[in-house]
Design a protein around this ligand. Structure first.
Ligand code: IVH
Length: 692
């Protein structure tokens, strides 16, 4: 997979995540939490691979689960995440890497890290899909419960945990202090019973046990929440004083159980080989559906605790454990029909209309068929029995077809010759079909939704259904028209009212100041995702200059072409190939885009790049830096910011043009490449000295 296609997928995911977050916040989620998590996992993976600076990432959420009104408590030992084995991992040739191979690699690295030990026992535990909690017990009495928060500090939920009777208030420990970690969860039967009671009262049901549990644990007045039946599994001792602990994780679990803690002792397995661990995980998948609680995978841990301190880990995850995620559930169902969806850029996508089937907890009746070429290649016909799967995707996918069971009268699906929304003649481009009419009603709606989305203008209060309504009832057709909406017009829309109308007006007002790069993302120009938009905004500084340039480029001005798409080497905008440049600048020169930009300007939308003040520092200004590994004090994105503010450039990959590689701990392939190319490698201290 190339960086370009990674970037494209990342940007696509960012848009989809934003869309589903808004749907969720609007109380109308369209996908399960698991599907959302899968999508987010894939986003994180790509963002890691592309080294997206942390402040640009969607998962950059300082104080992650912090709720106003809760006291924040620092964790004595950080609460980290887990690295995981994933079906998305590819080998150096781009082929999917089997989980067994990934686990073998992980195991071999650990043997090496530990000084070539010969044997290593592994403990496999279920991975509970709940919310992590840190519990302090002093002389056996529960004194404090804290959420994970941002990993460094969490919210004090002692009152809530006690009121919910979610963990024992006393353990059988006469002395000492101990921090025990575990997972709070809502058993499925208790969750269902609670929901039934809600529905009987005429209240809305809670979507899923994990979020429901998190909600209960953040109740400001938690009296009486014990009726809900939230409980916990405890699995880890973070530190202990005045207590003698056994030396293995498997023994810790037994020790905790002995002291009266809730532990899944019957569900664990010790083995001395990665293949044994994997076999247990795979076998456990069958039990998954029969358990009285939800698990989202397994955790494979090194059993001997004395090794934990010897394995350094990253700021994100320790090296003594790795998670195994279950493969996505796959179901067979009947394909009732194929409809055609029109995207924001006019792309026509075939969508499977399915006989409803329950998949990973939700009823699925539509699934993506990707594109017409794929549809024809797989020879999928209406009436076929097809296989659907949810795997890191927003809507489920049709992954296969059973040709043997095909009805005799099934005919191949004919590609649409016209757009199903506006009936314009469809155009073919590469493997896709497009509706060429920018005024197409479906395109208009999709473009407005995209313009309002978080990665673009982030207009609070303008969700998908509100967009549909302002198109239908307020005659909005183009982004600039959003900014002339009046509260009085909005108040009468469905599910609106005075307050939300005012909020939307305020949201629009705030969005005006987001700056050029967000406007560019919002215009849904092909090939212009977040990174490209920022590069363009940074380079040209204002919409006027960018449009002038686009006009020169498209009229064939050799100087303009040389600047961004030179025949040799790369141009002023990193990663912009000639074909991309042709497409971007011709769209920017189109009357449609120009009109929208002029309209936005009239509405007072800021069309200049938001730039951080730069003060050139000698030795840094004009130089290209690459950051890799974990730096001792600075976060990578902070380091990148400081370099940029000093006039330097930060790039994601090492090349001959790199001046300095700033290497932290766990620096990998970039360090190797830098050494090969003779690029200067510096550490954080040197960088700080250079920055003055
Ligand atoms: S060990 C460094 N064991 O999964 C974190 N975590 O995805 C070590 N989780 O934050 C945690 N079941 O909240 C561990 N048996 C288990 C778990 C488990 C669920 C959660 C935990 C962690 C998250 C990471």
């Amino acid at each position: 997979m190339t960086d370009d296609s990674r970037r494209q997928e990342l940007e696509q995911l960012a848009t989809e995540i934003a869309y589903h977050e808004r749907a969720y916040r609007a109380g109308a989620p369209e996908i399960t939490d698991a599907a959302f998590d899968d999508m987010f996992d894939r986003y994180r993976e790509l963002a890691d691979e592309l080294e997206v600076p942390e402040e640009e990432r969607l998962d950059h959420a300082p104080g992650a689960d912090h709720t106003d009104g809760f006291v924040q408590v620092a964790h004595r030992v950080p609460m980290l995440s887990l690295d995981k084995l994933t079906p998305n991992r590819k080998d150096s040739k781009g082929a999917p890497m089997p989980l067994g191979e990934q686990l073998d690699n992980w195991f071999t690295r650990r043997l090496k890290d530990l000084g070539d030990v010969e044997a290593l026992d592994l403990l496999v535990e279920p991975k509970i899909d709940g919310i992590s909690v840190s519990l302090i017990y002093e002389r056996g009495a529960l004194t404090r419960a804290v959420t994970r928060g941002d990993g460094k500090k969490g919210d004090d939920i002692t009152l809530q945990v006690k009121a919910a009777k979610a963990v024992p208030q006393r353990l059988d420990l006469k002395k000492g202090s101990i921090e025990i970690r575990g997972e709070l969860y809502w058993p499925l039967d208790r969750f269902a019973a609670y929901n039934e009671a809600l529905v009987a009262r005429g209240d809305k049901r809670i979507m899923n046990p994990r979020n429901g549990c998190a909600g209960l644990m953040k109740r400001k007045e938690p009296e009486g929440i014990d009726v809900a039946g939230v409980t916990a599994f405890l699995y880890q001792v973070a530190w202990a004083e005045g207590l003698k602990l056994p030396g293995r994780q498997s023994e810790i679990l037994a020790w905790l159980a002995e002291a009266g803690a809730p532990v899944y002792l019957d569900e664990i397995h010790v083995t001395d080989s990665p293949s044994g661990a994997l076999a247990f995980c795979e076998g456990y998948a069958e039990r998954r559906g029969t358990l009285p609680y939800e698990i989202d995978g397994m955790v494979i841990k090194i059993d001997e605790l004395r090794y934990y301190d010897m394995l350094e880990g990253t700021g994100h995850h320790p090296h003594w454990a790795i998670a195994y995620k279950f493969p996505p559930e796959r179901k067979a169902t009947r394909l009732r029909g194929i409809s055609v969806q029109v995207g924001k850029s006019g792309k026509l996508t075939p969508v499977a209309e399915l006989e409803p089937v329950v998949l990973a907890g939700t009823t699925v009746s539509r699934a993506s068929l990707h594109n017409f070429v794929e549809l024809e290649r797989k020879d999928i016909r209406v009436g076929d029995r097809v296989f659907v799967e949810k795997a890191g995707e927003i809507i489920p996918q049709v992954v296969g077809v059973d040709h043997a069971g095909r009805p005799a009268d099934a005919v191949p699906f004919a590609r649409p010759s016209h757009c199903p929304s506006c009936h314009a003649e469809a155009l073919a481009e590469e493997i896709f079909l497009y509706c060429p009419n920018p005024a197409c009603p479906d395109q208009v709606r999709e473009r407005l939704k995209h313009f309002a989305s978080r990665s673009a203008m982030d207009i609070d209060g303008l969700g998908a259904s509100t967009v549909d309504q302002v198109v239908e009832h307020c005659g909005v057709r183009s982004p600039e028209q959003l900014f002339s909406l009046q509260a009085a017009q909005l108040e009468n829309l469905e599910r609106m009212g005075k307050k939300s109308a005012q909020n939307l007006i305020a949201g629009l007002e705030r969005a005006k100041g987001r700056g050029l790069s967000r406007v560019l993302v919002g215009l849904a120009i092909r090939h212009v995702g977040t990174t490209m938009a920022e590069d363009l905004a940074r380079h040209f500084g204002s919409a006027d200059k960018l449009l002038d340039f686009a006009a020169r480029y498209t009229s064939g001005d050799p100087e303009a072409i040389e600047l961004v798409a030179p025949e040799k080497g790369s141009g002023a905008i990193e990663g912009m190939a000639k074909k991309t440049a042709d497409s971007i600048f011709s769209e920017l020169s189109s009357a449609g885009v120009r009109d929208v930009i002029a309209g936005l300007a009239r509405q007072g939308v800021k069309l200049d790049a938001l730039v951080a003040v730069t003060q050139n520092v000698e030795g840094v200004a004009g130089k290209t830096f690459v950051l890799t590994g974990t730096l001792p004090t600075l976060k990578r994105n902070d380091a990148a910011d400081r370099i940029k503010r000093a006039g330097g450039k930060v790039s994601g990959s090492v090349s001959k043009k790199t001046d300095f590689l700033v290497a932290g701990e766990d620096a990998g392939s970039k360090l190797e490449k830098a050494s090969k190319l003779g690029v200067a490698v510096i550490d954080e201290a040197t960088l700080l000295a250079m920055l003055g």
